[in-house]
Design a protein around this ligand. Sequence first.
Ligand code: ZN
Length: 271
Amino acid sequence: MRIIRHLTSDGPAYASLQQDGNAFALTGDLYSQNGLQLVSASPIPLGRRLAPIQPVNIIGIGLNYRGHAREMNRPLPEFPMIFVKTTNSTQDPSAPIVLPGSRNASHEVDYEGELAVVIGRAAKNVSRAQALDYVLGYTVANDVSARDWQFKWGNGQFCQGKGFDTFCPLGPVLVTRDEIPDPGQLALRTWVNGELRQDSTTSDLIFDVPELIAFLSASKTLLPGTVILTGTPSGVGAGFQPPRYLQPGDTVAIEIERIGTLENTVTRESF
Ligand code: ZN
C-alpha cells in the first residue's frame, strides 16, 4: 500500500494513494496488528499533504555510502556512525526548508537525499535475518544539515547542526514493505534547481537496512514510529569545491525508485 497523510477539516488523516492518482480514505492505527483499513473505495479530495508519519525518534546514520565517505575524505567506518535528529525537525512534503537566520544562524545548510526506514513494531535484539519483519515501510527523507554547526560549532556533536526546525522533510508517500522486498536495490537521485547532484543506489550502502536494524536494536528498543535515516550518497553540497550550500529560492527534489519524489523549496528565517 502507498500511504499518505493529509489535512482534512477534521484534522490529519491517512489515505491510500492509487496508481491512477486517486486516494481512498483509511482508518485505524498505523502501528496496530491490523494496521490501516480502507473506509471505502471511492476517491476523496486531498488536503494539504503532510509528512506520512510523525516520528517518535529519528536516528541518523553518518558516512554510510562508500562514495560519500570518499568525498568527505573519511575512512570507511568499522561500526555504523549513529546520531540523533530531534523530532521537531520533521517537515511536510512541499513545505519550505527554513535556513536559520536568528541567533543560531547558518550559512552552510546542505541537503542529503536518503532512504528512510519506518519501524512498525518494537524491535529489540533483532537478528539480521528477521530485521525486515519489523519494518512498516519506506519513505524519502532529506537529512538537511547545517555544516557549520555540525562540524565547527557543535563541539563534536551533530545534534545542533542536524536538528533545526524543518531540517527533516519526509514523504510524500510511505510505501509498505511488502511492495519493496529488497530495500538494497533502489536508485536514489537528488536535484537542486533541476541540476542532478546525487545519483546512486542503496546497493552502495556500507551497512544495509537489515544490518542497521540488527545493530541499533542491540542497544536501543526501536519503538514503532522510529525513523532510521540510512545515510546519503556522494554529491552533497559540502563535497563540491567550493561547497554549494542551499540558498533561499532553491528547490531540492529527491527521488527514490518505487517510492516517489520529495520536493521542498528553501527560504530564510525572518526575525
Ligand atoms: Zn544524513
